[in-house]
Design a protein around this ligand. Structure first.
Ligand code: NAP
Length: 480
């Protein structure tokens, strides 16, 4: 195991590895074993203010760095991630729990985001717009927004930063980031990698500790011109409110409640294959996880039977063990929440067709679970499950399916299996979601704009849109 190479037990501010002013630390544990992996500094407001000052001081020179030089650093960062993919993936599995194969994938897509934005920034073109009269030119140009605050969750602790650090650095912005307390090492690894490849001191700063103190310092600072947050809708709403005082640009990647529709004409085997990825990846702890399976009456029984068969074969265990497909959940509270949702579904007429209990491995492990006969009055219809439980609902017409799918304040991602082109177009029109997967359960890719509508967020990550979020547009009128 080589994960210790990137296990950094200090914070990175102004090019220095530092402890908390108080000397206090926070323990980080492995969710699969409960064992302590190490500690990180319990930083707060003062250290964050210094990180913001460092990022502010580093900004002018970094923004003025010749584009090809900046792009060159991003290429080196991309290569450094892939050269150390196994060490970084092991670190991720040890602190977060996901199977090593998924962690390797998270590193690969993280590197791909860095490469994508290194390519994309070279095409961040401006415009010369025709003026209404003679003797005037209208120039529209793009400029880095400045210091960017980043707050990220524990479920994809590396790639959620990749989608923020990549475009920020490409655009010429400097960074103050706070990773989730449960999984800080994959965040701190970004600082180690940036230091290794030669980003100037102060360009990337990473602090761990109290969410309120660090978040508060970021939100209060007029020097921080943008906040990009990935996490729960509840915290996102609070941060949007806090952003008003300094009128920061905000990007919000928030909660989801993805519907997964299977129509009578679907290839049911393909739908089950897609369902397994969309539901059980990262033990059901992804924002785009299928939360509700809506299956048309004609294929309901077949789909349920095949879903149970596939789910029953899943190998549960420590993410580092060979062939494991589902690791632990992040903590005991998350397990308790799934237990509550299963109990609620059963009390309202649902049937546990598979699983439904804590796993024999104990700790934070929960059995892959299928609940049939789900209905809209159950909590699973409204709340993000964030665990390995698949509730299956029945629907009749496409109108009913779309109405049930949209019956939520969330609008991140939806999936549907059907081969009928007219139906596909009606889903494209009717589903109130920022992302739709047709005949696929896995649609995240660097080339596409990832992001939600309704209460699932603001802004996009990836695609050309993912760079726009880090650029201000300036208009200059030139009379001659
Ligand atoms: P969370 O509780 O909202 O935490 C996310 C981050 O915000 C963590 O770093 C957390 O710090 C910090 N935080 C918490 N309270 C804060 C406050 N008052 N001020 C400033 N920062 C604060 O979310 P989570 O449980 O880690 O992540 C799961 C959620 O993220 C789910 O809802 C999921 O759907 C969503 N998510 C969305 C996307 C997307 O792209 N749309 C992607 C992944 C996850 P601590 O760790 O120190 O508490």
């Amino acid at each position: 195991m080589t994960y210790k190479k990137y296990l950094k037990e200090s914070n990175y501010v102004s090019g220095q590895w530092i402890a908390a002013d108080s000397g206090k630390t926070i323990d980080v544990t492995n969710p699969a074993t409960g064992e302590k992996i190490g500690t990180v500094p319990a930083c707060g407001e003062a250290e964050t203010v210094r990180a913001i000052e460092a990022a502010t001081a580093a900004f002018p020179a970094f923004a003025a760095m010749p584009l090809l030089e900046r792009v060159g650093l991003l290429w080196k960062l991309h290569d450094a991630i892939l050269d150390n993919q196994k060490s970084l993936a092991e670190l991720l599995t040890v602190e977060q729990g996901k199977p090593l194969a998924e962690a390797m994938g998270e590193m690969a897509i993280g590197a791909a985001y860095v490469r994508w934005f290194a390519e994309e920034v070279r095409r961040a073109k401006g415009e010369i717009v025709p003026a209404p009269g003679n003797n005037r030119r209208i120039l529209v140009t793009h400029h880095p927004v400045g210091v960017v605050g980043m707050i990220t969750p524990w479920n994809f602790p590396s790639s959620m930063l990749a989608r923020k650090v990549g475009p920020a650095l490409a655009a010429g912005c400097t960074v103050v980031a706070k990773p989730a307390t449960a999984t800080p090492y994959s965040g701190l690894a970004w600082a180690a990698l940036c230091e290794e490849v030669g980003f100037p001191a102060g360009v990337v700063n990473i602090v761990t500790g109290s969410a309120r103190a660090i978040g508060g310092a970021i939100m209060d600072s007029p020097a921080v011109r943008k906040l990009t947050f990935t996490g729960s809708t509840e915290v996102g709403k609070e941060l949007i409110r806090q952003s008003a005082d300094t009128v920061k640009k905000v990007s919000m990647e928030l909660g989801g409640n993805a519907p997964f529709l299977v129509f009578d004409d679907a290839d049911v085997d393909a739908a089950v294959q897609g369902a397994m990825v969309a539901k059980f990846r990262n033990a059901g702890q992804t924002c785009v996880c299928a939360n509700r399976f809506y299956v048309q009456a004609g294929v309901y029984d077949t789909f349920v039977e095949k879903l149970i068969e596939a789910t029953a074969k899943m190998k549960v265990g420590d993410g580092l063990a060979d062939g494991v497909e589902q690791g632990p959940m992040i903590d005991q509270e998350s397990v308790a929440k799934v237990e509550e949702l299963v109990a609620d579904a059963v009390s309202k007429g649902g049937t546990v067709a598979l699983g439904g209990n804590r796993h024999a491995l104990g700790q934070t492990f929960y059995e892959p679970t299928v609940v049939t006969g789900a209905t809209q009055d159950m909590r699973v219809a409204k709340e993000e499950i964030f665990g390995p439980m698949a509730p299956v609902f029945r629907f009749d017409s496409i109108e009913d399916g779309i109405a049930m799918a949209n019956d939520t304040e969330f609008g991140l991602c939806a999936y549907a299996y059907t081969r009928e082109i007219g139906q596909i177009m009606r889903l494209n029109e009717g589903l109130e979601y920022g992302m739709i997967g047709i005949n696929s359960g896995l649609i995240t890719t660097v080339e596409a704009p990832f992001g939600g509508v309704k209460e699932s967020g603001l802004g996009k990550e990836g695609g050309s849109q993912g760079l726009d979020d880090y650029l201000d547009t300036k208009y200059t009128a030139v009379d001659y």
